[in-house]
Design a protein around this ligand. Structure first.
Ligand code: SAH
Ligand code: SF4
Length: 378
């Protein structure tokens, strides 16, 4: 575990973390166009070179500086001396092209992260169906320690740089052989605890002129409920989507599995959701993992329906993926269906994920843990 508490948002004030970290500027896929421009001009290059470099990376999909073959060799040498690219190397792939594919990447400091490519996913977060959705990680590990989650089991190691988020998309598109249509920040980590890098990555992914050109409405940030950052995110202008990992419709149930609920109980979280609603056009999504005998009762379904109706939120029910070493179980199918019916009978727009490939679709964080344990001989 790190010396600072990464769960305390005061430790990562906006933009300060990005400025302080030398690696943020060194990773070329972390750069905004104006930053690259300024750096290249300082190196004696004309400003337009920045657009050419970014065009080479995000349009022509160069995989390294040598791949920017339409640029002068001297410029490529300057870039290679100043910046790092790429930041991720593929370690393992699970699954096949026409099913869910899970990629395990190694970062330059040896840390492991996962991204999951889900083809033809149903319309879960308001996007059009039949699209390729990529689930990306935002941190190495997670500080929030939800009791059901593999990502939090080993604590928090570090934030991902913006470029490490961006490169998950570049690599998944190269490996999957297709463009990614939807992006969800539902891999390892709490995206809102890595706020500056998240916003920076979204800016790069979203920019149609020099970045990847992925529509803001096609990006969904998922949070365990960091109320202040939800408000901060609502204040930024991009029309991204927000999913709240609720998993408990009362404080009593939610606090049992999500320690964050003690810091931001439902009343505070729902207040922040109301704030989001008043600033954004998109509907909110409540994610609700169904865990046997914990939150799958009719009373929880009724309480959840009331919350969803109050906030005009959609509900996405996810039968729990068992995690090795954790005691929680997925409820029987009939119980999940009954929960869904209770929501729908109360007028809630709800879906129940009936995923195939449950075995490889195992919750994010698990492939990394298996590989780490293998490498450590444990
Ligand atoms: N930290 C953020 C985003 C990453 S977790 C968040 O909590 O929202 C993405 C989603 O996966 C969350 O809804 C999380 O609760 C869910 N999840 C975690 N472990 C899971 C498991 N074992 N089975 C099903 N969903 C899980
Ligand atoms: Fe972290 Fe999200 Fe897992 Fe909770 S569910 S431990 S916030 S990654």
């Amino acid at each position: 575990m790190a010396a600072v508490d990464p769960g305390d948002e005061k430790n990562t004030p906006p933009m300060v973390a990005a400025r302080r970290s030398p690696v943020t500027t060194a990773l070329i896929t972390s750069c905004l166009r104006e930053e690259l421009q300024a750096r290249l001009v300082a190196l004696g290059q004309p400003a337009y070179r920045a657009s050419q470099v970014l065009h080479g990376i995000y349009r022509r999909r160069a995989r390294d500086f040598a791949g920017l073959s339409d640029l002068p060799a001297a410029l490529r040498a300057q870039l290679a001396a100043e910046f790092v690219f790429p930041a991720l190397t593929l370690v393992r792939v699970l699954g096949a092209r026409d099913t869910t594919q899970k990629f395990l990447f190694r970062l330059s400091d040896g840390q492991l992260i996962e991204s999951v490519l889900i083809p033809a996913s149903p319309a879960l977060y308001g996007e059009a169906s039949d699209r390729r959705t990529l689930c990306v990680s935002s941190q190495v590990g997670c500080a929030y320690g939800c009791k059901f989650c593999a990502s939090g089991l080993d604590g928090w190691t570090r934030n991902l740089q913006a470029g490490e988020i961006v490169e998950q998309v570049l690599q998944a598109e190269a490996l999957g052989g297709n463009r990614v249509d939807n992006l969800v920040f539902m891999g390892m980590g709490e995206p809102l605890a890595n706020f500056d890098n998240l916003l920076r990555a979204i800016a790069i992914l979203n920019d149609a002129e020099w970045g990847l050109g992925l529509g803001a409405r096609r990006m969904t940030v998922s949070t365990s409920g960091l109320a202040p950052q939800i408000r901060q995110l609502a204040d930024q202008p991009r029309q991204i989507r927000l999913a709240i990992s609720l998993h408990g419709a009362t404080d009593e149930v939610r606090s049992q599995i999500m320690p964050v609920n003690r810091k931001y109980p439902l009343a505070a979280l729902l207040d922040a959701c109301r704030y989001w609603r008043s600033h954004k056009k998109q509907r909110l999504t409540f994610e609700f993992i169904l865990i046997a005998d914990l939150n799958d009762s009719p009373a929880q379904a009724q309480a959840l329906a009331a919350l969803a109706n109050e906030l005009a939120a959609k509900v996405n029910l996810i039968p729990y993926n068992t995690v090795a070493g954790l005691p929680w179980l997925r409820p029987p199918e009939a119980r999940c269906e009954a929960f869904l019916r209770t929501l729908r009978a109360r007028g809630v727009a709800a879906t129940l994920r009936r995923e195939k490939g449950h075995d490889i679709d195992a919750a994010c964080g698990q492939l990394r843990r298996q590989t780490m344990q293998g490498e450590n001989g444990g």
